[in-house]
Design a protein around this ligand. Structure first.
Ligand code: CDP
Length: 202
């Protein structure tokens, strides 16, 4: 029996960290779906056509540290507004969700569009200031030259675009459990997500 955990939320809310940790805790596979859009965005920055690139995407394209830059994040959110790009990525995500004993997928539309029947849906949020500070610390920690102002502007621009697009906008599923991580450290946020999932496993 497969078991799908959908984790959605705005930029830098902590979805990735929480998803990785809960996947390890329950022995589930994990797919960071943002990487699909980042991989398409990176290829478009290199001159590709968004829809052709999305249709030809290969899982090996996701293993690339260069996908974490703010420029690629912006390009990702631009290509993510194109309906044919999103459509090209649906089958890969849905089959991942039903692989093995369980899978955790994190993104923007997992609980609403990709896996509306997911056994667990969590919508992770945090204040815009918290999210920008965390992303700033992460990018500076990797040696990237960014300012806090740039990171705030990036996070706000992407949230605005992601929430207002016509296709699969960023919105909590009606049956999602809300998890605000503004005042939680990583261990507390992960513990809360584990609790939410464990309650549905019983
Ligand atoms: O890590 P962060 O939250 O900053 O971003 P991400 O999850 O890697 O996603 C990058 C961009 O891809 C987002 O701003 C969205 O525009 C898009 N995306 C999406 O539209 N749908 C998803 N399921 C995942 C990401």
């Amino acid at each position: 029996m497969s078991f799908t955990v959908a984790i959605d939320g705005p930029a830098a809310a902590g979805k990735g960290t929480i998803s990785k940790a809960v996947a390890a805790h329950f022995g589930f596979a994990h797919l960071d779906t943002g990487l699909l859009y980042r991989a398409v965005g990176a290829k478009v920055l290199a001159g590709g056509d968004p829809v052709s690139v999305a249709r030809a995407l290969d899982p090996s394209d996701l293993e690339n540290d260069a996908l974490r830059t703010p420029a690629v994040a912006q390009a990702a959110s631009e290509v993510a507004a194109i309906g044919d790009v999103r459509a090209a990525l649906v089958d890969f995500q849905r089959s991942f969700a039903r692989k093995g004993d369980g899978a955790v997928l994190d993104g923007r539309d997992i609980g609403t569009v990709i896996c509306p029947d997911a056994e667990v849906k969590i919508f992770v949020t945090a204040s815009a200031e918290c999210r920008a500070e965390r992303r700033f610390a992460e990018l500076s920690g990797k040696g990237m030259e960014v300012t806090l102002e740039q990171v705030i502007a990036d996070v706000k621009a992407r949230d605005h675009r992601d929430q207002n697009r016509a296709e699969a906008p960023l919105v909590p599923a009606q049956d999602a459990v809300m998890l605000d991580t503004s005042d939680l450290d990583i261990a507390q946020a992960v513990a809360r997500a584990v609790e939410i999932i464990a309650a549905k496993r019983r």
